[in-house]
Design a protein around this ligand. Structure first.
Ligand SMILES: [Zn+2]
Length: 165
């Protein structure tokens, strides 16, 4: 093998490794939130014991439910949507709208309910949305929602629990 090619390959590989090594900020929103402090904090084992496997996957591991799989997509009664992890009220029913996406969608959260991080997984930059109190992952917010906010909070129904008024 040509010595120059070998050296170039080794240099390239080292460059790649150091690039990954030096990448200070995680792209993954789950990693970012794991480093943050929240009012309600539990160990991984405690969350596993409290939540269903699907709730755990979405709230704690930033999973996404299949579209149209949540009964809350078609929930139209008056009431409040609270965090399935810690019970904090997150959305009022009068801010829910039909987005046609298959996920429960809202144009405005309740005051002091949500936190946000930048999520750069899957080659996209999206704004991740989580519960302000327990850090549980809820979904993402996009800027193609209806008036008056123009925002679309695209939530996993599994991460929410509905309380009829
Ligand atoms: Zn919560």
């Amino acid at each position: 093998m040509d010595r120059r090619i070998l050296l170039a390959s080794v240099a390239g590989l080292l460059g790649l490794l150091s690039f990954r090594w030096l990448r200070a900020e995680p792209a993954n929103s789950a990693e970012k939130l794991a480093a943050e402090k929240f009012e309600v904090e539990k160990t991984d084992a405690e969350w596993r014991a409290q939540l269903t496997p699907q709730q755990y996957d979405i709230l704690r591991k930033h999973g996404t439910e299949r579209p149209w799989s949540s009964p809350l997509v078609k929930e139209h009664r008056k009431g409040t949507f609270a965090c399935a992890g810690c019970d904090l009220p997150l959305f009022a029913s009068d801010t829910k709208f039909e987005s046609g996406t298959g996920w429960p969608s809202f144009f405005q959260p309740l005051d002091n309910a949500l936190g946000r991080t930048e999520d750069r997984t899957y080659g996209m930059t999206r704004i991740e949305v989580h519960c302000r109190r327990c850090g549980g992952h809820l979904g993402h917010v996009f800027d193609d929602g209806p008036k008056p906010t123009g925002l679309r909070y695209c939530m996993n129904g599994v991460a929410l629990q509905f309380r009829a008024a």
